[in-house]
Design a protein around this ligand. Structure first.
Ligand code: HEC
Length: 258
């Protein structure tokens, strides 16, 4: 397969008009810059999200971004931290248990509302705009919501943008790369096709991480394949367009035709 004859419609870069090579080069350089910014964006969005080193991007950061910290709500962190001294331990236990068990309405009315009324309303009655208003069930709901990571609606929005955008990018890059002379042919075809599989796996893994955290490794693998294929096509295309000599098979074909 490695000495598969050239397809009669195959054109090497050296057979393309200069204007087309200039167009390819300009597009590749801007797309390459875009790719670097995409990687920086991943870094700035997720690094330190899990509360670890803010300068480091870890798998834990990605898991928290997609599936939430699992550490409960703002109310629970406040009662564990700065607000712990605002009420006696037994009352604190009642509120914590209620929050941990899903912040249900009947228990709120029965046991939680009276405690908050007595212990918290002096400061959290809504008169201070810098403090969360804890008066009434609906207000309290805002600080009892669990951190469950990216909302499904957000993921759906980002999914369609990613699927359209990345397909577009890899279609263009693959089309430009199709003029490269690469053997064996299966390798060339794999590099062209893999990114499309990888983007599907990448997007699917965002949803699956919510259910089962180790899918984060599948996401990283998909991202790695995407980046590796991009880098390969980018470098081989630019190299063969401007720096390498015309492959002998391509030269030989010209000789036969003439
Ligand atoms: C003496 C005034 C005072 C009382 C009483 C008080 N708080 Fe606070 N609370 C504050 C202040 C000030 C802040 C903001 C500063 C901070 O977060 O430490 C705050 C912040 C909060 C926050 C937000 C934390 C965040 O994530 O930003 C919550 C939730 C909270 N309090 C719950 C309560 C509860 C529940 C009670 C009653 C058991 C209570 N507080 C009683 C003064 C009070």
């Amino acid at each position: 397969m490695s000495d598969l004859p050239l397809h009669r419609h195959y054109l090497h870069y050296s057979e393309l008009p200069l204007s087309q090579r200039v167009l390819y080069t300009a597009a590749l350089l801007v797309l390459g810059t875009g790719y670097l910014f995409a990687l920086l964006n991943v870094y700035f969005t997720y690094a330190g999200k899990a509360g670890g080193n803010p300068l480091l991007l870890t798998t834990e950061d990605l898991i928290v971004a997609y599936s939430g910290s699992g550490k409960g709500s703002r109310l629970e962190s406040a009662l564990r931290g700065p607000m712990a001294g605002m009420l006696p331990a037994d009352e604190r236990g009642v509120v914590m248990a209620w929050a941990a068990e899903g912040s249900k309405r009947p228990e709120y009315d029965k046991s939680v509302a009276p405690i908050l009324e007595k212990r918290c309303m002096t400061c959290h009655d809504g008169s201070n705009p810098h403090l969360p208003n804890l008066g009434g069930f609906d207000n309290l709901k805002k600080v009892t919501e669990k951190d469950t990571g990216a909302a499904i609606a957000t993921l759906v929005r980002v999914s369609h943008i990613h699927l359209f955008g990345i397909t577009f990018i890899f279609f263009l890059v693959g089309l430009m790369f199709s003029h490269a002379y690469v053997r064996p042919v299966w390798l060339k075809c794999s590099v062209v096709a893999l990114p499309f599989a990888a983007i599907m796996v990448d997007v699917a893994s965002w949803y699956m991480i919510k259910v089962f955290h180790p899918f984060v490794y599948l996401e990283i693998l998909a991202g790695g394949i995407l980046a590796a294929c991009f880098a390969f096509m980018f470098l081989v295309s630019l190299y063969q367009m401007w720096f390498s000599s015309t492959p002998t098979v391509v030269q030989d074909r010209d000789r036969i035709v003439l």
